[in-house]
Design a protein. Sequence first.
Length: 287
Amino acid sequence: MSTELALSRNTLPALTGSSNLEAYIQAARSIPVLTAEEEYALATDLQQTGNLESAQKLVLPHLRFVIKIANNYAGYGLPIADLIQEGSIGLMKAVKRFDPEVGVRLVSFAVHWIKAEIHEYILKNWRIVKVATTKAQRKLFFKLRSQKKRLGWFKLEEIDEVAETLGVTRENVIEMENRLNNYDLAFDAPADEDEDSAYLAPSNSLSSNTPSPELLLEKQDTSDNNMQMLSAAMGKLDDRSKTIVTRRWLTEPKSTLHELAEEFGVSAERIRQIEANAFKSIKTSFA
């Protein structure tokens, strides 16, 4: 059983109803924050043994952080309880992947994963949110798209035409158009101040030195691709050239020109020439 699934079943209660949600929030905020030493010890244990108890002890103190972020997305009309649960899944994914040796706190690492889960949830669900709350808005919501004559924003004359056709005001048309087109406008909005600000300030106010998960993946993919290309380029070299490049640059300790010259029975200048020609061949393979 994965860390996320096990924790979601055993740690996080279902959030249904305002009373349950309020109790959940109060309980999350009552859990003491981990010290750096405690966090390091638990993360190390989880990494080395896969101990779910350590994972749970890392997750629980950070639920207040999930609640903090989820509240920033309340304006989308989705239940805050659902946003919290999605953010909690992101937190658990972060805990599973957190490396205590990197030298940053879990709260700074987890923000990327928490937001990613909440963003994905919003993008999947925002179109079914009840954005029309009045008769005029409901009329606009269901008929506005059929009235549009082009992609993008309305011109003023088009706004007036739609308003007249549907029997609503210009302001009604503009408001609904904003709702339908700008669903992602509030992403990464600054967090409001509250009692948790001191704990959350590094993530809200300072940039993290830790690359985001997508950048880490991109970097790893680039590295893997470069290694494959280098391996293919090396495979095109003759045995002597391959040995010289490997001994000069890809092994420790590195061999000197004079050491290789003595081994191959040629001059150091000849070794340098062979090395230079090999690099030209490799460079051509990367082009």
